[in-house]
Design a protein around this ligand. Structure first.
Ligand code: ZN
Length: 58
């Protein structure tokens, strides 16, 4: 299984995942979704797309 919690950045640094929450109508809870990855070294941002937004566990 691929680790999507972090990924290498073009600058040589490491991008960390950013998690957001969306309302869940079924029980009024919140579903965690992966918004994308952020690099603190060069402040680059990469959007998560499609299946990448699914958070398996936190
Ligand atoms: Zn970077």
């Amino acid at each position: 299984m691929t680790d999507l919690t972090k990924k290498p950045c073009a600058c040589g640094g490491e991008m960390g995942q950013i998690i957001g929450f969306v309302p869940r109508p079924s029980d009024e809870g919140l579903t965690p979704v992966r918004k994308g990855w952020y690099c603190v070294e060069c402040r680059a941002w990469e959007d998560a797309i499609l299946r990448e937004t699914t958070v398996e566990n936190i």
